[in-house]
Write a protein that binds this ligand. Structure first.
Ligand SMILES: [Zn+2]
Length: 114
């Protein structure tokens, strides 16, 4: 787990434990417990990684430009501890935010809402 959040490693698609999680709750940072995403904005993007069209609260994640692997992407990190979470792409649901936060399951800790 720490490996992914510290080294920008991306887990293999369709392997993450939260990919098909449809329970209601909150996805928190695995490193520091900071709330990052809500199950309400989770959608099935078909990409093989848990996808969200919005963050749980503005400012809870930070984005930065990532030009590794010869691609221009936008990296998503935890605003509280800087853990690498995944990437955000501009091909999300157009009727929502138009964004797709593509997040590694291993960077998240799901807390079921009671
Ligand atoms: Zn964190």
């Amino acid at each position: 787990m720490a490996k992914i959040t510290k080294t920008q490693f991306t887990e293999a698609p369709f392997t993450g434990k939260y990919l098909h999680n449809k329970e209601a709750g909150t996805y928190n940072c695995v490193e520091c417990g900071h709330p990052l995403f809500s199950s309400k904005t989770k959608f099935d993007s078909g990409s093989g990684w848990p996808s969200f069209y919005d963050v749980i609260k503005k400012g809870n994640v930070e984005t930065k430009e990532d030009n590794t692997l010869g691609m221009r992407r936008t990296e998503v990190v935890c605003a509280n501890c800087g853990a690498h979470l995944g990437h955000v792409f501009p091909d999300g649901p157009q009727d929502k935010t138009g964004l797709r936060y593509c997040i590694n399951s291993a960077a998240l800790n799901f807390k079921k809402s009671s």
